[in-house]
Design a protein around this ligand. Structure first.
Ligand code: DGL
Length: 271
């Protein structure tokens, strides 16, 4: 049994989709979440800048005594995972492999779409992982650079004309390509599930990066005998690098729980 917390991070709100899954499947675990809200969005930045940010995020999280880290950010997972693993002596789970494994299980016609940030699409990491798992899969990728800023501004609900227009523009070509499975390769995108599903239609299955990585983390904790005691509900602490107020509001709606001690602001440049 290991009561130490799990560290989870993202550029902002998106990683909460992984937190929600973790709270459901590992309710007894303690979580420390960091959202780099001062520097969101990450998605258009260079590999070098992303690695610098990711190292700082990990250094901040490691100021706590953690047992594992979940990179609840597609952009960091696609660009910096290997380096972070080499540099840190604790288990680190990214979102790419688990999500692709699920997509390959789900697809029937072997046409898989993948939407993510520019940096993730540029990295080719999802495509490479899908091909490793099943050579016969045809992959259709589309960057959706406006999705993250819109989600961070609360524009993610069905009926919002701005997000619905942007979604149609990004997603129509994937629909025309005849995909039957769509990877939401950025952890912000599950907040857009209804909007995306409305465009893609019921015949396309959505596979969410955050959820699949939470399942992978559960497996890893079990195999390493690192699970916390099942009797008590774990606590979750939230840290951000800019104004906590907006984050708290959307986070509590999204997680369907009050953030007990709110979100605390830290200076990420110190790490
Ligand atoms: N949630 C991050 C991801 O999964 C968003 C990146 C961004 O900030 O642009 O890629």
């Amino acid at each position: 049994m290991d009561k130490r917390p799990i560290g989870v991070f993202d550029s902002g709100l998106g990683g909460l989709t992984a937190v929600r899954s973790l709270r459901q499947i590992l309710p007894e675990e303690n979580l420390i979440y960091f959202g780099d809200t001062a520097r969101v969005p990450y998605g258009g930045r260079s590999k070098e800048t992303l690695l610098k940010y990711a190292r700082q995020d990990v250094r901040f999280l490691r100021s706590f005594d953690l047992k594992a880290i979940l990179i609840a950010c597609g952009t960091v997972s696609t660009t910096s995972l290997d380096t972070l693993r080499q540099e840190n002596d604790l288990p680190i789970v990214g979102v790419v492999e688990p999500t692709c494994r699920r997509a390959v299980e789900v697809t029937k016609n072997k046409k898989v779409g993948m939407i993510a940030t520019l940096a993730s699409v540029r990295s080719g990491a999802y495509e490479a992982a899908l091909r490793r798992l099943d050579e016969s899969v045809e992959v259709f990728c589309a960057p959706c650079p406006l999705f993250v800023p819109l989600v961070e501004n609360g524009r993610f609900r069905r009926g919002d004309v701005v997000i619905e227009t942007v979604a149609r523009e990004y997603l129509e070509p994937l629909k025309e390509a005849g995909i039957d499975t769509l990877i939401l390769g950025c952890t912000h995108y599950p907040l857009l599930t209804e909007v995306v599903a409305d465009v893609m239609g019921p015949e396309v299955t959505l596979v969410s990066a955050g959820e699949e990585s939470a399942v992978e983390l559960k497996r890893l904790l079990q195999d390493g005998d690192l699970r916390a005691d099942g009797a008590q509900k774990g606590a979750a602490e939230f840290y951000v690098s800019d104004r906590p107020e907006d984050f708290e509001r959307i986070a509590s709606v999204f997680l369907q729980e009050e953030l007990r001690s709110g979100a605390r602001r830290i200076d990420i440049e110190r790490y």
